[in-house]
Design a protein around this ligand. Structure first.
Ligand SMILES: [Zn+2]
Length: 402
């Protein structure tokens, strides 16, 4: 059996940490380590093993082979610290910059949009050829920015927060969703979540985003901005102003050169990374509270502490979940997560909730659970000494390579 390998490449400090899990057998084992500029090989030997499998890691960054690696061994693992060369030997390694972290399906990728389908039952949701124009929204925090720029807000009453302006036949593209006019959607394709009736509209609330499901299969697919009609308290008297379709919950149907349509979908992790990064850019915040949309429950506290680390590992049970086996070119968001919020950590949660610099990210409850599972799986592949930091679990999220 191959040993579990976890490698962490830190381009900023030009180093690479390699952790190899050693067999737990009591017999003495020896290892042979091969260090090449763009490759590391590892061979473990012990008395019971006759045929030694060779583990090979291919790297995208060059290792300084003139320097002796620092090797520390313990009973169950082998830690190897290597230096990276400051110049690149083969093809240049991709340096991740802010503009690289782009979520899939930007407006330029949607020029050949044919339709948007339910992510579960694949029923088309839009009216045929409804969009005359598809545009990117400038930032997730655009409305907030407008508020910052305007001196005389009374001159621009339409631009206040939560006053989303959508026009028929124009699709607006955000990081994680498409914002569209209700008339561009097929009649009765979407239906509102049943809890809308419970909203107390008498308390000065006039507009609210509410979950929308696919009418055919009831799969959660987006949100609708509902407005209460003047003077009405009855929930049946609501008008739908705008619809958000979550990119991870739909199939995007594009026209190909051969006139046949192709459908694409990306996992939710690609969009969550975009949300984290967007908030980090807009507010310089690195702490997030993950909240469930339907339950109003707090699922986790996330602290983002790096986005240029590259992880190479073979320690995951299901490789399709997060990483490709020994794939050297995927960069990861490095996060610390705390999900055991009660009863011991209530204080910390309260502290973060009061702190204005902490960003709240609200997702459908199913997505919140998937985030927890995804991060838990990523934590499981870390060597024991790196699994926790200040009482938080350490985890990774793949950055979608655009
Ligand atoms: Zn459906």
């Amino acid at each position: 059996m191959e040993p579990n390998v976890f490698a962490e490449i830190l381009p900023k400090v030009r180093s690479m940490n390699l952790n190899v899990g050693l067999p737990t057998e009591k017999t003495r084992s020896s290892f042979r380590l091969g260090i090449y500029p763009l490759r590391i090989t590892l061979e473990l030997k012990n008395k019971s093993t006759t045929q030694c499998p060779l583990t090979t890691l291919n790297l995208s960054q060059t290792i300084e082979t003139d320097d002796k690696p620092i090797i520390t061994t313990s009973q169950d693992s082998l830690d190897i610290r290597l230096k990276l060369r400051s110049y690149v030997r083969k093809k240049p390694a991709k340096q991740l910059s802010a503009k690289d972290i782009l979520p899939p399906f930007s407006a330029s990728e949607l020029t050949k949009l044919k339709n948007i389908q339910c992510g579960y039952c694949k029923i088309p949701l839009l009216k045929t050829d409804t969009f005359s124009k598809i545009m990117d929204m400038p930032s997730e925090h655009w409305a907030e920015l407008i508020e910052c720029w305007m001196c005389h807000q009374e001159d621009y009453p339409q631009a206040r927060m939560n006053d989303i302006i959508v026009r028929e036949h124009i699709g607006l593209v955000g990081n994680t969703y498409l914002l569209i006019h209700p008339k561009d959607v097929k009649n009765d394709a979407l239906e509102i979540g049943e809890r809308l009736a419970q909203v107390d509209w008498t308390k000065g609330l006039s507009k609210k985003w509410w979950p929308l499901n696919c009418t055919r299969c009831l799969c959660p697919i987006g949100e609708g901005l509902y407005q209460k009609m003047e003077g009405e308290n009855d929930a049946s008297e609501l008008s739908l102003l705008a619809i958000k379709l979550h990119k991870h919950a739909v199939f995007i149907e594009l026209e190909s050169d051969t006139n046949e349509s192709i459908t694409q979908r990306y996992p939710f992790s690609a969009f969550i990374v975009a949300d984290l990064f967007e908030a980090a850019k807009a507010h310089a915040t690195y702490r997030f509270i993950i909240e469930g949309q339907n339950s109003n429950q707090t699922y986790a506290l996330i602290w983002l502490f790096g986005w240029d680390t590259k992880v190479i590992t073979n320690a995951l049970q299901d490789e399709s979940q997060c990483y490709n086996k020994f794939s050297p070119n995927v960069a990861q968001f490095c996060v610390a997560i705390k999900s055991d919020l009660k009863p011991y950590n209530g204080d910390l949660l309260e502290q973060w909730q009061k702190d204005k610099t902490v960003e709240h990210l609200v997702y459908h409850d199913d997505i919140c659970l998937q985030i927890l599972l995804m991060l838990k799986i990523s934590t499981s592949c870390l060597p024991f000494s790196k699994k926790t930091i200040n009482g938080f679990s350490v985890g990774f999220i793949d950055i979608h390579d655009s």
